[in-house]
Design a binder for this molecule. Sequence first.
Ligand SMILES: NC(=O)c1ccc[n+]([C@@H]2O[C@H](COP(=O)([O-])OP(=O)(O)OC[C@H]3O[C@@H](n4cnc5c(N)ncnc54)[C@H](O)[C@@H]3O)[C@@H](O)[C@H]2O)c1
Length: 328
Amino acid sequence: MQRPRVLVTGGAGFIGSHLAAQLATDGHQVRILDNLATGHRRNVAAIASRIEFIEGDICDARTCDRVMEGIEVVFHVAALPSVPRSMADPIGTHNTNVNGTLNLLEASRRARVRRFVYSSSSSAYGDTPALPKVESMEPLPRSPYAAAKLAGEMYTLAYARAGLVEGVALRYFNVFGPRQDPDGPYAAIIPLLFRAAVTGEAVTLFGDGGQTRDFTYVSNVVDANLLAATEPAARVSGAAVNVGAGSRTSLLQLAHLVEEVTGRPVPVQHAAERPGDVRDSQAGLDRAREVLGYEPRVGVREGIERLWEWMTANPGSARLEPGGVASL
Ligand SMILES: NC(=O)c1ccc[n+]([C@@H]2O[C@H](COP(=O)([O-])OP(=O)(O)OC[C@H]3O[C@@H](n4cnc5c(N)ncnc54)[C@H](O)[C@@H]3O)[C@@H](O)[C@H]2O)c1
């Protein structure tokens, strides 16, 4: 077997598992580093024979050095990815999302990795009324999670500008698709809407449901990562780039969309707004088009249809049991 050339941290998670699968399908030698904090081995079961899986923690610098051997491109996807969790445990979030990122950058520099593609977050923008969000706006994080993701982005881009490791930060806007975890207290909204449709049990929306997001089907995020790894450094290195669908959908519109696609009612109940939550969000995609040649190929409705198709084909994986509250 050839030595692995690409590393996907967080490859057992929702987004990382899609990226790893596409890279393996494209013929890359893929190594995954994941400590299974929020990811699952079942997410990579279908590609297990085609990848190398290392269970380990990005907070451990020696592990980061070890997994870097022979690697050309790092896709750094691992993180503790939740606003409410960061409110409850800001230091745990910082350790993984900032210190872990710095460990990986240092290991990348030592191993002479060619490029580092960082999974950043639209939460950097905060809650200003200006839409769409464009990369030239001042970042105004409103939660420890957002601050930590932005700090990781700053390190990535500083390493790039200092000539240490080429680096790109992709600011994802609310990603959804197969394998997104519907369990646990920090589950994302879309799997919970589907669960409500299937079980008939109400999903809890925080606030009035009028808050909007740029819901982005996961294949678009995979596309952006592949482009970020291959476009010329002169164009992309040192840049923060939005990755979204470029549209805006409210939670209530989304619930209706899920009703249309499944043909079942989605009962909702409302609870008080949560601190740290952002009201509206939408990606401006001019820079993504310019520097990456990125175009969202799958829109919200098609993404919801594809996800429903997957859920009906994999009822066990979708774990459509009742319960759960919605997080954004
Ligand atoms: N899902 C979204 O809408 C969204 C939006 C913006 C940004 N992001 C970013 O995208 C990335 C992936 O998010 P996701 O939704 O796939 O989440 P996820 O929880 O499914 O995946 C994160 C993965 O990282 C792993 N991980 C966590 N801590 C680790 C550690 N210390 N060492 C090694 N592995 C560790 C987890 O086990 C998991 O497999 C994150 O960086 C997140 O901040 C996601």
